[in-house]
Design a protein around this ligand. Structure first.
Ligand SMILES: [Zn+2]
Length: 267
């Protein structure tokens, strides 16, 4: 039995003797099956082909990414808060070196994930570090490896640790979640995945129902995202990849982005 991993999106499935017939995530309208067909891998195979690269975004925040890139190039962030370490989003590979290094930094106290395209090998990660994975209940149907480590949260916000709050924004997925870290005496940080996508110029964010298939969100949904974030102060947004971040002035950039987006789809 292997817990097979889709090579297009990185989603790991419940253990089976033969791979699943298809990938639920990739056959859904927001993703795609490549013209070369469905492919499958295992954690053991990925460990032979990829290493996990670390980049420090800033003191206290480390990015983890498969190198060479795998699946949709997911990046996870290790947030080293005064009240414990949080893994924000997840990546498909997990190797012994990464387990050793994270344990040397104090292990993990929680895993939280923005939306199904980052669920990847979340159950394997949770087992390795004996923690829960917090995912919004609205996206329950996209959990392909059910396990007692998965904690479905409901409602609009959830305090994960002191100062660390999960905020449901919806949009890209009904349970689309971002993480706010209000650092003691310091500036607030928003980890947005691609619920808010930081644009390549690092000056704006944008909003889509499907990124690969280019389906935008409607005005009401984007205004709902803005309303969900309005109570929170933040200066930096970390998006879904290491080169997608707004270093400072992010709350103002978010406000300007909402105005720009609504003008664009309404004009
Ligand atoms: Zn897939």
């Amino acid at each position: 039995m292997h817990a097979f991993i889709c090579t297009t999106c990185g989603t790991q499935y419940a253990p089976s003797v033969v791979p699943p017939a298809s990938c639920r995530i990739c056959t859904e309208e927001r993703q795609y099956v490549p013209v070369t067909g469905q492919g499958w891998a295992t954690l053991e195979a990925l460990a032979l082909r990829h290493v996990i690269g670390w980049r420090q975004a800033e003191p206290g925040i480390l990015g983890l990414c498969a190198e060479p890139a795998f699946a949709i190039g997911q990046r996870a962030l290790l947030l080293r808060t005064p009240h414990g370490n949080v893994l924000w989003d997840c990546i498909a590979p997990l190797d012994a070196a990464t387990v050793t290094l994270i344990n040397a930094l104090g292990g993990l106290d929680a895993i939280a994930i923005s939306h199904p395209h980052f669920y990847t090998s979340m159950v394997a990660w949770a087992h390795a570090f004996s923690v829960k994975v917090h995912v919004h209940a609205a996206d329950r149907e996209f959990v392909m490896r059910p396990d007692p480590v998965i904690a479905h949260w409901d409602g609009e916000t959830k305090e994960l640790l002191p100062g660390v709050t999960l905020i449901r924004c919806g949009g890209h997925f009904p349970g689309g979640t971002v993480l706010h870290w209000g650092r003691d005496g310091g500036r607030g940080i928003l980890c947005s995945g691609d619920i808010l996508t930081v644009t390549p110029d690092r000056k704006f964010v944008s909003f889509m129902r499907s990124y690969p298939n280019l389906v935008p969100l409607d005005r009401t949904t984007v205004e709902g995202i803005a309303a969900a974030l309005a109570p929170f102060d933040y200066d930096t947004i970390y998006g879904h990849a290491s080169d997608r971040f707004i270093a400072t002035g992010a709350k103002q950039a978010m406000a300007a982005s909402v105005v720009r987006y609504i003008a664009a789809i309404g004009g």
